[in-house]
Design a protein around this ligand. Sequence first.
Ligand SMILES: [Fe+2]
Length: 301
Amino acid sequence: MSTPAPPKIRALRHVALRTTALEESVAFYSGPWGLEVQERTDDAAYLRAAGPEHHVLQLHAADRNALDHLAFALPTPEEVDAAAAWAAAEGATILEPPGRIDRPGAGYGFRILDPENRVLEISAYVHAVAERPQDVPVPRKVAHCVLNTTDIDALTAWYTRVLGLRVSDWSEHQMVFLRAVGDHHVIAFNQAEWAAPNHVAYEVANLDAWLRSIGRLKVAGHETAWGPGRHGPGDNAFAYYVDPAGLVPEMTAEVMQIDEDTWMPRVWPRIPELSDLFRTAGPPSPHIREHMGGVPDPGWA
Ligand SMILES: [Fe+2]
């Protein structure tokens, strides 16, 4: 038996949100946003992107906006079992022990709670879907999820220890970006007054596909709520919107790729020339800040 070690999470698979406007949101994300409904129930929708992941976004009807759960990817059931054992040894609350997942997408996984009561699913062997043509400028995967937290240091310590994620950069002591493999970040935390989902980012193939996506949304009547611009930390192009329920999605491209052997995290001062490398976006408005702040999310109950 190998020595216990933190899991090596490979990717963020999907983000599940609770939404106060299910039908309107399904129409928005499967319409101008560029996702496609993979499975539907009366009170939930599972939407895929162009890539092979079964779904990248779940929407669940609810009476308040919230995060339902985040799903992270491991390659094998053996690594899932080892990750569950590691999390238990680190004191994490196990909601579901490792086993077959009896939900759309299936696979083999387990669920735990983070220190702010968020549900995290770690899985392997999820059902594949056929990739959509890459010449269509639509999202190919979920890029990252940013979460508001009341204790950025405690949460960073927990996610690095229990999930094995690594810090890529800080934005002063306000935001921290954590990576799995490759992409600069799969999740980020934002110090705030209450826990809530801040935004979910979807990646398109390149800057051309990104601008065409902004154009498709504009033609459909959806203006950016912040952007277009380009972030300093992560170097990714950004365009933020407000969805029909008031949740915030981001269209992004060209996320920085990290070389594990040479990367050294930096602390980015929050000044205009580092917050938007394009200098096209300007500072976020009170309107988008309010939506990114969201409403207090008590998490799993
Ligand atoms: Fe983002």
